[in-house]
Ligand binder design. Structure first.
Ligand code: ZN
Length: 325
């Protein structure tokens, strides 16, 4: 499968970069503190001696090796002291992987794929997942409550700003408590331009940073993915993966619910996805322009009872933010 080769390359590059960065840091230090260079030379020479000792004289090797190891330890300590004296962090001369869990191999010691690997798989499998760029701009750090109006809204008994402040806190605790089992799923509803997508992006970014797999798709594309999978005579690994990810990813964000083609097939499949995720205790966030009433009128009772029972409905109201700068 094409994707696998692509991924191997990505992880190979990451490891190469980690090694290269370490070399760069090392040569920087060698110029800055030449003493460290000579210590490193001694250490590698001693390492060679250990190897030699075990070949030349296996009987006495254990003792000799112990002595050499002691010596190496002392030299390491000298190095640490030198670094501290120059205010350089001690891990400056150790390798820094992008993912410590799998050391940028993509796989854990158990042989299972690491979460970072799964996330890359999602990215490479979904052509439209140029989400990483968006997430650099739209995340909890860049979230600005000042764009919301202070004007009191009679219907909601709150101003958009005060309301969004509590929604924001709600979303942050959703991320914080993500590992807990009994958390509610969320459904954002309201017109376009009120910041639903922005908030979804904030949550996606925060969970990606925590190492979870997040899949962010419009309802339209989800139905597309499912029908490709269901109706194809020759199912490729790629199709299977895309389909399975809808069920298996840690967080599924269904964007723009209601813009997909709505028919028996799509509502049945949608119900399957939502319901299976609920049963397996995987979280889902839905965003829609429909009002709760429109949802009830559009979807089957099976879907709506799941939504109303298992999702926290969060309204977005106020003026369209896209026209205000
Ligand atoms: Zn990893």
């Amino acid at each position: 499968m094409e994707t696998n080769r692509e991924l191997q390359l990505i992880f190979q590059k990451r490891r190469d970069k980690a090694v290269k960065d370490l070399e760069d840091r090392r040569s920087e230090i060698y110029t800055f503190i030449p003493k460290i260079k000579s210590i490193d030379k001694q250490i590698s020479k001693l390492g060679l001696n250990i190897a030699m000792a075990s070949i030349k004289n296996p009987d006495q090797a254990v003792l000799e090796m112990k002595a050499i190891e002691e010596e190496i330890k002392m030299l390491q300590q000298d190095k640490d002291i030198l670094l501290t004296e120059h205010n350089i962090p001690r891990d400056f001369l150790t390798i820094h992987y992008q993912c410590d869990k799998c050391e940028d191999t993509g796989f854990l010691k158990s042989g299972k794929p690491c979460s970072c690997y799964k996330q890359e798989l999602i990215k490479t499998s979904y052509i439209h997942s140029n989400i990483t760029d968006v997430l650099e701009r739209e995340n909890f750090d860049t979230y600005n409550l000042d764009v919301f109006s202070d004007e009191y809204n009679e219907a909601y008994k709150s101003s958009p700003k005060a309301h969004m402040m509590s929604v924001l806190a709600n979303c942050e605790s959703f991320v914080y408590d993500f590992h807990l089992k009994d958390q509610k799923n969320m459904l954002f509803y309201g017109q376009t331009g009120l910041g639903k997508t922005f908030l979804c992006n904030c949550i996606a970014k925060a969970l990606l940073d925590k190492g979870y797999t997040v899949l962010y798709q419009t309802a339209f594309r989800i139905i597309d993915t499912i029908s490709n999978y269901r109706f194809s005579n020759k199912k490729t690994d790629d199709m299977r993966f895309r389909y399975n990810m809808l069920i298996n990813c840690d967080l599924l964000i269904i964007d723009d619910l209601g813009t997909e083609m709505i028919n028996t097939f799509s509502t049945t499949e949608l119900f399957n996805i939502i319901n299976t995720r609920l049963l397996e205790d995987r979280k889902t966030i839905i965003s829609t322009n429909f009002t709760p009433q429109q949802l009830a009128e559009t979807y089957s009772d099976r879907i709506t009872s799941r939504l109303f029972g298992q999702f926290e409905f969060i309204p977005f109201f106020g003026k369209d933010l896209r026209w205000e700068v």
